[in-house]
Structures are given as structure tokens and as C-alpha cells.
Design a protein around this ligand. Structure first.
Ligand SMILES: NC(=O)c1ccc[n+]([C@@H]2O[C@H](COP(=O)([O-])OP(=O)(O)OC[C@H]3O[C@@H](n4cnc5c(N)ncnc54)[C@H](OP(=O)(O)O)[C@@H]3O)[C@@H](O)[C@H]2O)c1
Length: 452
């Protein structure tokens, strides 16, 4: 009897010891021990920083709730051909399978077009932010659609828009189908954006991504988006990986022809490309004053075959003959949101006097090339850089237009002497030295959208 009691006591102690050990192993217990002290000399490990978690994620795909890109690539490749080894090439859109007709003649010379993901893309794109209602006039649907036809007839058959540009996607829908539709619309390409919410806790899953893309498709009266440019606000929230995975699924479902980025900096663009995201383009600000892309973006995009679609090239209209010899405006007199956006950049770059020196120099270079405009020279300067697929020039559709003038961009080239004259102004010290001053204030491309 005594032996049996001792055996029972021994088993009881064993169970107690093993249960306690298991409990101590749980994270809940570890947290409790961290708060009250573990009773031994182990130093509790410090919580891991976002940077460390991010590095782990890239190595092992271990960030909570985030789909590793490798898993997406594997899922999409095996979906195409079950049982076959994973090959990132399988998930790339094959532009040769479906290529726009490049032999067809348009109003502009051949060099005005480039190939972007199999699409015939005009190197001057019509920017549609200007129809959002914040650019000093109220757009009217009939006039906008008529003007879109005029632009396409003049050879400018590529449009840049976004889900957040007010009625822009709806205007494209009216232009392509229905009573106001235009016969030239079938030759046009429309590049829209998905600008996600700006909350630090933004979560993206299939439902969220599909709803965003379906909305654009419905408004634009389209079965498939030509180019979806993805904008993300906060790189410390890794949900942009989930967004990219969902876009890749939507691409396989033929709802999106090509995927691009919008305002991504070089580091995060490389990160996504090295994880096999099939990125064809990045939309960034690029002008004689904002030369941030030259530091990292242009060399990396050149190496990786990504094309830059550039905005801000005319600083909302400041880099034109209209402002030559004019005094600096007061910000509150400007009714056009683009001009309000870029006026502070002129100050950062070196101020109004230095800007006027630049306008005079560009005017003189334009005269040397047969009287082309300041806008032409400023556009040409961006277009002549490597990796630049196009410059997006804002159009106040139904209010002002510059088709005839902008067509002259393809009538000349800036030579070494012109480039040296422009560089001489950029590098003078009028309070800033070239776009490098914007780099130091905002950081790499898109940094101005990420300063909290
Ligand atoms: N992803 C982004 O964060 C982002 C940000 C901004 C813009 N964008 C895109 O880029 C587009 C361009 O917008 P932006 O604000 O940068 O404006 P912008 O293209 O620098 O300036 C547009 C203005 O320049 C004037 N202009 C155009 N051609 C001209 C010419 N040949 N001669 C004289 N003036 C001329 C027009 O002014 P008038 O109408 O006064 O004649 C036009 O409204 C937007 O529509 C949008 O698609 C994207």
C-alpha cells in the first residue's frame, strides 16, 4: 500500500514538472515572466524592430498576415501548368503574344511612341488630374470628351488618370462607349491608378483589391485595364505585398494587362522586382528642377527595363513662356492646385530669380531650335534621359489645349551645348543647387507623400 502511494506521488510530481515546463514555453508565460521577473538571470529579448521584422520577411516570409511574394509566384505558376517547377517567367505578361499594331500611322512621328508592356504608348501622355475640379475651372462632360477626341486625333492617344481624380475614369467610360463615344478611342490606351487608403493600419485582401479594380473597370466601361499603377503610402505597413499579390492574381484573370507603380522610391521598387513582381513602369515627378530620379531611379530602371512615366515636368504650367519675365505670384492668388503644389519647389530649388534665369535660358535654346517653346525644351530635357517612357502633361480638357505646340517636342533634340547651358543654371548657387535640394528636403522619389 505504501509503495503504491509513493508511486502515485512520483507520477504526480512528474506531471506537475512537465506541465509547468510546457506552460513556461508558451509566449503568454514568457510575457508574464518578462513582467514579473523570470527568477533566473536570463535577459528578456528586446521586442524586434520593424526593420528587423522586415529583413526576416524578405529572407523567410515570416511577417504576420503577409503573403510572401514567392508563394504568389508559386501559386500562379502551378495554376498555369500544374506540376511544373516554379518559374517566375510563367507569371510575366507575354507582350509578344498580344502586341499593339506598331505599323499603323498616327499624326505624330514614329519616335513619339514607345512600347510599354506590348502597348503602343505615346511619349507625351494626356494627364487627367486637371479634370478633378481643383484646377481653376469646372469641367463639362461633353467638352471633355470632345477634347479627348481632339487629343487622340492629334496623335496623343495615351491618357493618365486615377481612381482619385474625380470624374476622370467616368469620362474615359463616356469616351470609349455609349452615345458620346469616339471612334478613335479603340486606338487609345488608358493608364489608371489604384491609390489605397492612407491609414497606417490599411489591410489589403482579395475582396479589397477586387472591389477597387472592379470599380475602375465599371467606370471606364472596360473589361481589362491597360495599366494599373499602384500607389502605397506607408512602407512600414507590409500590406503592400498583399496588394501586389492580389494585382498579380487579377492580371492572371485578365482584368489587368500590365502592372506599374506610382511614386515608389528606388529601394522599394527594387525590393518588389527582386521578388518577381512583374512591374513595367513607375510614375514619378521629374523635371529640370526636380531631378531626384537621376540619383538612383534612372540607373536602376535602366538596368531592370522599367519605364518611368514622369509628371511635374512643366511644374503645373510655371515652366512655360507664360511666366517668363513675370513677378513671383502670391500663393493665395493661384486657383490652380498644380501651380500651388509646385511654387514651393521653386523656392527650395533656388528661388524666383534663379527660376527666371532658367526660363530665359530655355527660351534662348528654344529660339536656337527654330522657335520651339520653353515647354518644349523642358519636356525634351526629361524625355532625353534613359528609362523615361513618357512625360505626362496635364490637360485642362475643355478649357485650354496645347496639342500643336506639344507636337513640336518631336521636331528637335537638345544637343550637348544646350544640356551644358541648362546644367550651368541648375548648378548655380541661388539658394539651392539643382534638384539635389529637393532630394535633401523630400528624399528619393515620392518622399513628399510619405512625410508624416
Ligand atoms: N502620381 C502623382 O502623384 C501625380 C501628381 C501630379 C500629377 N500627376 C499626373 O501628371 C499630370 C500632370 O500634372 P502636373 O500637375 O504635373 O502638371 P504639368 O503637366 O506640369 O502642367 C500642366 C499645365 O501645363 C500647361 N501646359 C501644357 N502644355 C503646355 C504648352 N505646350 N505650353 C504652355 N503651357 C502648357 C497647361 O497650363 P494651362 O492649362 O494653364 O494652359 C497645363 O494645365 C496630371 O494630370 C496627372 O496625370 C501625377
Amino acid at each position: 500500500m505504501k509503495t503504491a502511494r509513493s508511486a502515485l506521488l512520483f507520477i504526480g510530481v512528474l506531471i506537475l514538472v512537465s506541465t509547468t515546463t510546457a506552460w513556461v514555453r508558451t509566449s503568454a508565460a514568457r510575457n508574464i515572466l518578462r513582467v514579473f521577473g523570470s527568477g533566473n538571470n536570463d535577459t528578456p529579448s528586446a521586442p524586434r524592430t520593424d526593420k528587423e521584422r522586415s529583413e526576416d520577411f524578405l529572407k523567410e516570409g515570416t511577417w504576420d498576415g503577409i503573403i510572401p511574394m514567392a508563394a504568389t509566384v508559386a501559386a500562379l505558376s502551378s495554376f498555369k501548368e500544374p506540376g511544373r517547377a516554379v518559374d517566375p517567367e510563367d507569371i510575366r505578361p507575354h507582350s509578344d503574344d498580344e502586341r499593339d499594331d506598331f505599323s499603323k500611322g498616327y499624326a505624330l512621328p514614329a519616335e513619339a511612341y514607345t512600347e510599354l508592356g506590348g502597348m503602343r504608348s505615346c511619349r507625351i501622355l494626356n494627364g487627367m488630374w486637371q479634370v478633378s475640379g481643383a484646377h481653376g475651372y469646372t469641367p463639362e462632360k461633353g467638352k471633355v470628351v470632345a477634347e479627348m477626341t481632339r487629343c487622340a486625333d492629334a496623335g496623343f492617344q495615351t491618357f493618365d488618370l486615377a481612381d482619385i481624380y474625380g470624374p476622370a475614369e467616368g469620362y474615359v467610360g463616356d469616351f470609349t462607349q455609349g452615345p458620346r463615344s469616339s471612334p478613335v478611342a479603340k486606338d487609345c490606351r488608358f493608364y489608371t491608378k489604384w491609390v489605397t487608403g492612407n491609414s497606417p493600419r490599411e489591410v489589403v485582401d482579395r475582396k479589397v483589391a477586387t472591389a477597387a479594380i472592379s470599380r475602375s473597370l465599371r467606370l471606364m466601361n472596360a473589361d481589362r485595364l491597360d495599366l494599373l499603377q499602384f500607389h502605397w503610402w506607408d512602407y512600414s505597413n507590409k500590406q503592400y505585398y498583399n496588394a501586389m499579390s492580389e494585382l498579380m492574381h487579377l492580371q492572371q484573370d485578365d482584368r489587368i494587362r500590365n502592372i506599374g507603380l506610382c511614386n515608389f522610391d528606388t529601394k522599394h521598387l527594387i525590393e518588389l522586382i527582386e521578388q518577381d513582381a512583374p512591374i513595367v513602369s513607375n510614375q514619378v515627378s521629374f523635371s529640370i528642377l526636380d531631378d531626384r530620379p537621376l540619383t538612383h531611379m534612372v540607373p536602376e530602371c535602366t538596368k531592370r527595363g522599367v519605364q518611368l512615366l514622369c509628371y511635374g515636368t512643366l511644374l503645373g504650367g510655371f515652366l512655360t513662356n507664360r511666366w517668363l519675365g513675370k513677378p513671383q505670384p502670391q500663393p493665395d492668388t493661384l486657383t490652380n492646385v498644380s501651380l500651388r503644389k509646385y511654387l514651393p519647389w521653386i523656392r527650395v530649388w533656388g528661388g524666383w530669380d534663379k527660376f527666371q534665369t532658367l526660363l530665359r535660358e530655355l527660351d534662348s535654346i528654344g529660339k536656337k531650335h527654330g522657335g520651339v517653346s520653353i515647354a518644349n525644351v523642358a519636356t525634351r530635357w526629361v524625355l532625353q534621359h534613359d528609362a523615361v517612357g513618357g512625360v505626362i502633361l496635364g490637360v485642362r480638357f475643355g478649357f485650354s489645349e496645347h496639342n500643336r505646340d506639344n507636337a513640336k517636342v518631336f521636331s528637335f533634340r537638345l544637343d550637348e551645348e544646350d544640356l551644358a547651358r541648362i546644367d550651368a543654371v541648375r548648378s548655380t548657387n541661388g539658394g539651392g543647387g539643382g534638384g539635389s535640394s529637393l532630394l535633401s528636403v523630400y528624399g528619393d522619389c515620392g518622399g513628399e507623400y510619405r512625410r508624416r
